[in-house]
Design a binder for this molecule. Structure first.
Ligand code: HEC
Length: 483
C-alpha cells in the first residue's frame, strides 16, 4: 500500500521522476536545447501577452491609443511590449532553427514521422501568431500587411472569396477583422499550440527511448557519460535560454519597435511591409507580376508546406546522416539560401525610396521643373532610380535615356501607355495631359550629368521648387503596382 503522501498522490515515483531524470543519448548535442528554447520562449510571450491583454483594446478607435497607453503610461509597459515583440521574433527563429536541425540531422525519418509532422504544425501555428499579432497595433503597416495578405486567397478558384471573407469578417479589413484576429491570437492559437506541443513532446520522449536502447546503451552503461533530462539537459537549456532572454531584454530596452501612423491615414507613397519573417514571401511576390502572381502567392507556399509535411516519407533511404541523404541535403540548403537571399532582397527593396531626387545643378526650365514635380508627385521612384540613386530598381535607370537616344516623343508615349510601346511592359499607364507628358520627357532628358554636375533635392524641396500642380485629379496611385 502506497503511503498517503503528496508524492504518491501525484505519481512522483511512477511517472514524474522517470520523466524528469530520463536519460537521453550521451551524445546529445547543444542543438537539442532548441526544442526547450521554443517552449521557454512561448512561456515568455504568453506571460507578457497576458499582461498586454489587460490594457489592450481591440477596437479600431481604441487599439492604436491603447498601445500608446501601454508604451507611455503603464508601469514597465514599454518593456513588457518589447519583450513580447522581440520574444515572438526569437520564438519564430528558434522554431525555424529547430525544424532545420532536425531536417539536416535526419531525425524526421521513421519512427519519428509524426513527431516531425506535429513540429511542422507547431511551426505554422507560430507563424499564425505572427500573422494575427501583426494587425493588433492597428497602424499603417499592420493594416496594409493584412490587406495585402488577405487578398492572396482570393485567387483560389470558387472558394477564394469565401476564404478571404471568413478571414476578414467581411469584405475588407475592419473592426471585425481586428476582433477576429485578436480572438485567434490569444485564445485559439495558444490552446492549439499547447495541445500540439504536449503531443509532440510526448512523442519525442517515446522515440528518444528507442534510440537509447538501440545504440547508446554500452556508452551510457559505464556511468561516465550520463546525460539526463534533469539536471544535465535542463541546465544546458537554461544557459541557452538566459543568453537569448538577455538579448531580448537588450533589444526591448534599446531597439524601438517600428510604429507608424494609425491605420487609415491617407499617405501618398506608402509601401506595405510585412514582419521580417514574412519578408521572403513578400519578396517572392514581386517576381511574379500580373497573372503569374498566384505562382508566388499561393502555388509556391502551398507546395512548400506540403513538402515539409511529406519530407519524412520522401526518399527511400532510412539512413540519417548528412552524407547519406545528398538530395535532401542539397534541397534543404537551396531552400535556406533562397529564403535568406529573398529576405535580404526584400529588405533592400523595402528601403525608403524617393526621398532624394538627383537633378542637374543648374536652374531648371519651367518645363523641366514641372516634370520634376510630376516625377516626385507620381512616385516614379517607386520603380526607377536616377543614376543609381533615390529609387527602387524595378525599372531601368532613367539617367540612361540620353545614352539610349530616346526622343521626347518616345518618352512621352512610353509614360502615357507603356504597353503600347512594349507589350510585355509592367509599368502602369499615366493618363496625363500632353503638356505634362512633354514636361516629364523634358525632365528625363535634362538628367545629363556630364553637361551639368548632379545636385540632390529632398522630396519636399523638389515639390516646392516646382510650379504648383495644375491638376492632381487623375493621379495614378501606385496601389495598382503594389498590389
Ligand atoms: C510599377 C513600377 C513603375 C513605375 C511606378 C514607373 N515605371 Fe517606368 N518603367 C518600369 C519598368 C519595369 C520599365 C521597363 C520595361 C517595362 O515597361 O516593363 C519602365 C520603363 C520606363 C521608361 C522607358 C525607358 C526606356 O529607356 O525605354 C520610361 C521613360 C519610364 N519608365 C518612365 C517612368 C516615369 C516618368 C514614371 C513616373 C511617372 C514611371 N516610369 C513609373 C516600371 C515603372
Amino acid at each position: 500500500m502506497a503511503p498517503k503522501t503528496l508524492p504518491s498522490r501525484i505519481g512522483w515515483e511512477e511517472h514524474l521522476k522517470p520523466f524528469l531524470y530520463k536519460e537521453l543519448p550521451a551524445r546529445t548535442g547543444w542543438t537539442a536545447t532548441l526544442g526547450s528554447l521554443c517552449a521557454l520562449l512561448f512561456g515568455v510571450t504568453a506571460v507578457t501577452g497576458v499582461f498586454l491583454a489587460m490594457y489592450y483594446n481591440p477596437s479600431p478607435d481604441k487599439a492604436y491609443q491603447s498601445i500608446d497607453y501601454i508604451m507611455n503610461d503603464v508601469p514597465m509597459g514599454a518593456l513588457l511590449r518589447g519583450i513580447h515583440h522581440w520574444g515572438a521574433s526569437a520564438m519564430v527563429l528558434a522554431v525555424f532553427l529547430h525544424l532545420l536541425t532536425n531536417f539536416f540531422s535526419g531525425t524526421l525519418k521513421a519512427p519519428r514521422e509524426l513527431t516531425w509532422i506535429l513540429g511542422v504544425c507547431l511551426f505554422l501555428v507560430t507563424l499564425g501568431f505572427g500573422f494575427t499579432g501583426y494587425l493588433l497595433p492597428w497602424d499603417m503597416k499592420s493594416y496594409w500587411a493584412t490587406v495585402v495578405s488577405t487578398n492572396i486567397p482570393r485567387a483560389i478558384p470558387v472558394f477564394g472569396d469565401l476564404i478571404a471573407r471568413i478571414g476578414l469578417g467581411g469584405d475588407s479589413v475592419s473592426g471585425l477583422t481586428l476582433t477576429r484576429f485578436y480572438a485567434i491570437h490569444m485564445l485559439l492559437l495558444p490552446a492549439l499550440l499547447v495541445m500540439l506541443a504536449a503531443f509532440h513532446i510526448y512523442l519525442v520522449r517515446i522515440h528518444g527511448l528507442a534510440e537509447t536502447n538501440e545504440k547508446e546503451e554500452e556508452e551510457s552503461g559505464d556511468g561516465r557519460n550520463v546525460y539526463r533530462f534533469y539536471p544535465e539537459h535542463a541546465f544546458r537549456s537554461a544557459i541557452v535560454f538566459v543568453a537569448v532572454f538577455l538579448a531580448i531584454l537588450v533589444l526591448s530596452l534599446h531597439a524601438p519597435i517600428p510604429r507608424e501612423e494609425i491605420a487609415g491615414t491617407l499617405k501618398d507613397n506608402y509601401l506595405p511591409r510585412p514582419e521580417w519573417y514574412y519578408m521572403w514571401l513578400f519578396q517572392l511576390l514581386t517576381y511574379f507580376p500580373g497573372k503569374w502572381e498566384v505562382v508566388g502567392s499561393l502555388a509556391i507556399p502551398i507546395l512548400g508546406v506540403a513538402a515539409l509535411f511529406l519530407a519524412p516519407f520522401l526518399g527511400r533511404s532510412r539512413l540519417r546522416g548528412v552524407g547519406n541523404r545528398p538530395l535532401a541535403m542539397a534541397t534543404g540548403v537551396s531552400c535556406v539560401v533562397a529564403i535568406v537571399y529573398l529576405t535580404a532582397m526584400g529588405f533592400a527593396g523595402a528601403r525608403p525610396y524617393g526621398e532624394i531626387i538627383p537633378v542637374p545643378a543648374r536652374p531648371l526650365t519651367a518645363d523641366e521643373a514641372r516634370g520634376l514635380f510630376l516625377y516626385v508627385d507620381r512616385d516614379c521612384a517607386y520603380c526607377h532610380q536616377i543614376d543609381g540613386k533615390g529609387g527602387r530598381r524595378i525599372g531601368p535607370d532613367l539617367a540612361n535615356v540620353i545614352a539610349k537616344k530616346r526622343t521626347k516623343d518616345y518618352l512621352g508615349q512610353y509614360i502615357a501607355d507603356p504597353q503600347a510601346v512594349k507589350s510585355a511592359s509592367i509599368m502602369p499607364k499615366y493618363d496625363l495631359p500632353k503638356s505634362d507628358l512633354h514636361s516629364l520627357a523634358e525632365f528625363l532628358l535634362a538628367l545629363d550629368f556630364h553637361a551639368a554636375p548632379m545636385n540632390t533635392l529632398k522630396r519636399d524641396e523638389a515639390l516646392r521648387a516646382s510650379p504648383a500642380p495644375q491638376n492632381s485629379l487623375n493621379r495614378q496611385p501606385r496601389e495598382a503596382a503594389a498590389r
